[in-house]
Write a protein that binds this ligand. Sequence first.
Ligand SMILES: Cc1cc2nc3c(=O)[nH]c(=O)nc-3n(C[C@H](O)[C@H](O)[C@H](O)COP(=O)(O)O)c2cc1C
Length: 148
Amino acid sequence: MARVLVLYYSSYGHIETMAHAVAEGARAADAEVDVKRVPELVPEQVARASGYKLDQAAPIATVDELPGYDAIIFGSGTRFGSVTSQLRNFIDQAGGLWARGALNGKVGAVFTSSATQHGGQESTILGYLPTLMHLGMIAVGLPYAFQG
Ligand SMILES: Cc1cc2nc3c(=O)[nH]c(=O)nc-3n(C[C@H](O)[C@H](O)[C@H](O)COP(=O)(O)O)c2cc1C
């Protein structure tokens, strides 16, 4: 059975909701799925003042756990047309995995949400693909034939 990690960052809960939907889909395809998130970087006072959803059930992931999965599906909201600094910071700690090719050949995918229809969803996802390539992952997206 394939082991899949849905790894996300979410300020307001949109990506959190999507992460659990992604996990449900992977489970329906008989994968063993964990949903985890990356640590918050915004100071707690600022996060609370900004109305962040701080009560999220998913445990915090560590970089060392990543090689234990066959596939990693990354989720992040769009921030000025790119992925969040929280996800970026987490993956910036994966230099050791990169150096020893620990994620080579594993499947990688990315999902995002934005506030506006043309707010940068595609640039967020496309901007993350070189990271998957550097890590040796095989990038997979929704095929055009998908009717959803
Ligand atoms: C600092 C910041 C920058 C954002 N930049 C964009 C953007 O470039 N385009 C857009 O459409 N939405 C933008 N948004 C909105 C979020 O991407 C959007 O609400 C997303 O669904 C939030 O997901 P989350 O609740 O999981 O964090 C931004 C939000 C914040 C807080």
